[in-house]
Write a protein that binds this ligand. Structure first.
Ligand code: NAD
Length: 486
């Protein structure tokens, strides 16, 4: 073969859509209370929409205040029996749930992608395996709880209400339910309004695992259902993952009520690239940090801090790499960036990007053919950003990265910490000592070195400042679901 003919090869991918015929969704889903699917007390059904096509997938029952009340009563009644089970028996139920998630992983991955718009590659390789891993992890803890809390004697809190967002629907449900159940609590989970489906499949899995009735209830609906749950008497704890604004509202509503609370909120995390970093590797980490799940990630590396001496080189490499991202059908196994989760979220991204341009930052968006229907936003890079610009301060929650420069290590730390948030950070350097020094100086709950968006059920996750309080994952994730008796 001559050199010319080699060069003439067009490296295009053939479409590789994942099959959907194995997914058997019902046309309608009820609420899941007392181990069974049921009609809401006041009938209300809303469609859940595929954001890549703007097409309805199924009708979902939305809970009302009477359903919330009933779920709490049922959970209260079930809790003493659940807590009284030998701990290893509780663990067995969690192991069963974990294994059933694995068995149904293909179906769950397709469902997550259809309902939320994220690339199948991510739901298949990240969301679903990690959800199973969380149940496995906490299954193992069920009979070792005291070793997770400094050998103290512990007891469950009782009945917990758990409210999750739409960006990692099943994974967030697993982060919440697995430690709560392992500790002997019963739980009421409220999935987000745009992504209730995998939580309802998880309800089926709880049935298959023969989890005792009432241990888990699932109440889909909008913020009003979450607000009703928060304001209901009879709960011992609320665990919330979502926006800082709603977190603040919940904290206010619970003030003085003696209800335990953990908040996992928003972020504007700094991804810091030093001049001594392996730059090609760093560029991959930047891409993963901000374009993974369309940037709908609380810990997304949305503030990119680059040392001035390598600024031009990193931007050139990053821009070239962004041009190779494949955007489109989330069910295609080659897709890197899928659909934006909802019309509201798309509008929020567009508003903040427009503000970036108005305030004088320089915008570059990848030019690509976006599908005609659905919600899409092309990966975007902002340079000439000042630390006061809205795009450097506010969480965009989309595929948009704002680049800032720094000259010295001290300036990098100062700029990284110059945020009301404190969820995560990334450090790219080949000097181990520098990485530790910087990590120690950062006010961020998670700091990654030479990697980004790396999650593991054994590692604690949570924030500082307006990113919330409390930790999920690992032994630290047990503490918010336990009372220390002695
Ligand atoms: P959101 O706060 O609007 O909604 C989150 C959940 O709260 C949804 O289930 C929603 O129905 C419910 N809710 C809304 N209003 C409520 C109220 N008044 N009372 C009780 N519940 C209410 O957030 P979102 O837009 O769904 O999710 C995006 C946000 O979540 C981002 O800010 C992101 O950073 C954050 N998030 C944080 C983490 C973390 O671990 N720190 C993880 C994922 C997402």
């Amino acid at each position: 073969m001559t050199v010319e003919s080699r060069q003439s090869i067009v490296w295009e991918y053939a479409p590789a859509p994942e099959a959907t015929d194995h997914l058997r969704l019902a046309e309608r889903y009820g609420l899941f209370i007392d181990g069974a699917f049921c009609e809401p007390a006041e009938p209300r059904y809303e469609p859940t929409i595929n954001p890549a096509k703007e097409e309805p997938i199924a009708e979902i029952a939305w809970a009302g205040p009477r359903d919330v009340e009933r779920a709490i009563e049922v959970a209260r009644a079930a809790q003493p029996r659940w807590a009284a089970l030998p701990a290893r028996e509780r663990g067995k139920y969690l192991f069963r749930i974990a294994r059933l998630i694995q068995e149904r992983s293909r179906e769950l991955a397709v469902c997550e992608t259809l309902d939320g718009g994220k690339p199948l590659r991510e739901s298949r390789d990240v969301d679903i395996p990690l959800a199973a891993a969380h149940f496995f992890h906490y299954a193992g803890w069920a009979d070792k709880l005291r070793y997770g809390v400094n050998a103290r004697e512990v007891a469950p809190l009782g009945v917990v209400g758990q409210i999750v967002p739409w960006n990692f629907p099943l994974l967030m449900a697993a982060w919440k339910l697995a430690p709560a159940l392992a500790c002997g609590n019963t739980a009421i989970l409220k999935p987000a309004e745009t992504t209730p489906l995998t939580a309802l499949l998880l309800a089926e899995i709880c049935q298959e695992a023969e989890l005792p009735d009432g241990v888990v209830s699932i109440l889909p609906g909008d913020g009003a259902v979450g607000a009703a749950l928060v304001r209901s008497p009879g709960l011992d704890k609320i665990a919330f993952t979502g926006s800082t604004a709603v977190g603040r509202d919940i904290q206010t509503a619970l003030a003085g009520r003696g209800v335990e609370l953990t908040l996992e909120l928003g972020g504007k995390s700094a991804n810091i690239v030093f001049e001594d970093a392996a730059l090609d590797q760093a560029v991959e980490g930047i891409v993963n940090g901000i374009f993974f799940n369309q940037g709908h990630v609380c810990c997304a590396g949305s503030r990119l801090l680059i040392q001035e001496s390598v600024m031009d080189e990193v931007i050139a490499k990053l821009w070239a790499r962004m041009g190779r991202l494949r955007i489109g059908d989330p069910l295609d196994k080659n897709t890197d960036v899928g659909a934006i989760n909802s019309a509201e979220q798309l509008e929020r991204i567009e508003t903040l990007v427009a503000a970036g341009e108005e305030e004088g930052a320089v915008r570059r968006s990848v030019s690509c053919d976006l599908p005609e229907r659905g919600y899409w936003f092309a990966p975007t890079l902002f340079t000439d950003v000042s630390p006061a610009h809205r795009i450097a301060v506010e969480e965009i929650f989309g595929p948009v990265v704002s680049v800032l420069s720094f000259r010295t290590q001290a300036e990098a730390i100062e700029k990284a910490n110059n945020s009301k948030y404190g969820l995560a950070a990334g450090i790219w350097t080949d000097k181990g000592a520098k990485a530790f020094e910087v990590a120690n100086a950062l006010r961020a709950g998670v700091v990654w070195q030479n990697t980004y968006n790396h999650f593991d059920p054994t590692a604690a996750f949570g924030g500082y400042k307006e990113s919330g309080f409390g930790r999920e994952g690992g032994p630290a994730g047990l503490r918010p679901y336990l009372r220390v008796v002695r």
